[in-house]
Design a protein around this ligand. Structure first.
Ligand SMILES: [Zn+2]
Length: 460
């Protein structure tokens, strides 16, 4: 008994020493503690492994998306946070179906190629469709064709992401229009179907999917994306044999909107419990892969921020929430629902940060706020120099936290090395083995450090 009480006294002493140390710690020292704590733990890395192995293909509207939200709630409950809850979100409902076939046909020969349907797209008739192919280099190139030239054919949008552009997000943004608007525009030209080159700089055999514009008011045509290796093959074959045909078959479906859930954990603030700082990512992933970098990794980093604060004994002045948003990939229902609830509940959100650019090596932060607040945040970049995470620039934040902008919340996005992100993005290749534990740890620590500074000094 005596031994136990001595042990307990010892533990209390260590704990109170830790708290005193924290109170007297300089920003440099506290941030060092944050990074050290991040490096001692493999929890978020192991949790990501579990998530990707047990809940792959977790679109918000699928049962595995909802199961992933419930599991995320459970792992936060195990951490004894102050609050953990699920938040309802209305999400669009689309089902891939179980038929995805594609082939180049020439002189009685069939060359099978890897394809997958685009989110919100419509299916082919039973037995698929087959037609001659007109290749165009992106949306703008379509202006060079007449309706007569296109009518009755398949349009093959083959604009590549510019491999020379080191800013891969910019290269993606430039080429993504063909995927988003291509099928609706193709319908205007009388095309019967659309084949889109996958948006990746890798030349691989993985189709990389994504959303296309929903056929509500617009007429559209069935569409698929094709692996870049097979897009190159189709393009080469078309030069020699413009008469070849392409066949594809899908049975995807648009269904009435449904309900899914954001998973939220909170450390309640000591001084301003009704003022919030959000750190988040999106828990849903495309349904052709495990969604390790996009964005299971960002979610597990967000929970890790709370764990680091708990472990080093930092008591935040403001409430800090880790928000695992649902439905970033299709209709952003989770981000909209969170901001709407914040508005209804009159919750003041003083800052929000998102990790959704892959959990590769962190570089710094992109900041979307008034110039005055940007200047204040940029002045802290010196504290991140020892970790080589000191690129602080004005720019976009994240799709999920963006609706908080209407409530006047300053926003930020974790910037990470973009070189290989699109090799994995939206494909079956977005697997756990592409995750580097140290990069993931450093990203979580960097977000915790920035949140600590905002929590301590505010942004006013
Ligand atoms: Zn994402």
């Amino acid at each position: 008994m005596k031994k136990i009480s001595l042990l307990l006294t010892g533990l209390v002493l260590i704990y109170s020493c830790n708290i005193d140390n924290l109170k007297n710690a300089s920003d440099e020292q506290l941030i060092k503690q944050i990074f050290e704590e991040a490096h001692t733990s493999s929890k978020s890395y192991n949790d990501l492994k579990y998530l990707t192995e047990n809940f792959p293909k977790r679109l918000a509207c699928y049962p595995q998306g909802i199961e992933a939200a419930k599991w995320t709630k459970e792992i936060m409950e195990d951490m004894a946070l102050d609050k953990v809850f699920l938040q309802e979100a209305h999400v669009m409902n689309w089902e891939r179906g179980n038929i995805e076939k594609g082939a180049i046909k020439l002189n009685g020969k069939t060359i099978n190629v890897n394809v997958c349907a685009l989110g919100r797209g419509i299916a082919t008739e039973v037995n698929g469709l087959e037609a001659k192919v007109i290749e165009v280099n992106g949306l703008a190139d379509l202006n060079n064709f007449s309706r007569d030239q296109i009518s009755g054919n398949i349009i093959f949008f083959n604009e590549p992401m510019n491999p020379e552009n080191k800013n891969t997000f910019q290269a993606y943004g430039k080429a993504a229009g063909q995927r988003f608007a291509g099928p609706v525009l193709a319908a205007e030209y009388g095309a019967v179907g659309v084949v889109i080159r996958s948006l990746t700089t890798a030349i691989d055999t993985f189709p990389h999917t994504g959303t296309t514009r929903k056929a509500e008011d617009n007429e559209t045509v069935p569409s698929i994306c094709i692996a870049t290796k097979h897009a190159n093959l189709l393009s080469e074959m078309l030069k020699e044999n413009p008469e070849l045909t392409f066949y594809f078959e899908t049975n995807c479906k648009n269904l009435p909107d449904t309900i899914s859930y954001n998973a939220i954990g909170e450390l309640t603030g000591t001084d301003f419990p009704d003022e919030y700082i959000v750190v988040g990512g999106h828990l849903d992933s495309w349904d052709n892969g495990p969604g390790a970098h996009d964005d299971g990794g960002g979610c597990m980093q967000s929970i890790e921020v709370l764990r680091i604060f708990q472990k080093i004994g930092y008591k935040p002045r403001h409430s800090i929430r880790a928000v695992m948003y649902m439905d970033e990939e299709i209709s952003q229902g989770g981000g909209k629902a969170y901001a709407e609830q914040a508005r209804i509940n009159n919750e003041k959100h003083i800052f929000a940060i998102e990790s959704d650019r892959g959990v590769t090596r962190p570089l710094g932060f992109s900041i979307d706020a008034s110039q005055e607040k940007i200047d204040k945040i940029v002045a802290w970049s010196k504290l991140f120099e020892p970790y080589d995470i000191d690129v602080f620039v004005k720019g976009g934040s994240g799709v999920d936290i963006d609706p908080l902008k209407d409530l006047g919340t300053p926003l930020s996005g974790l910037l990470t090395d973009p070189e290989h992100y699109f090799d994995w993005h939206h494909s079956g290749n977005d697997t756990f083995d592409h995750i580097v534990k140290e990069d993931m740890q450093n990203g979580a620590a960097a977000m915790a450090a920035l949140i600590y500074l905002v929590d301590k000094y505010g942004l006013e």
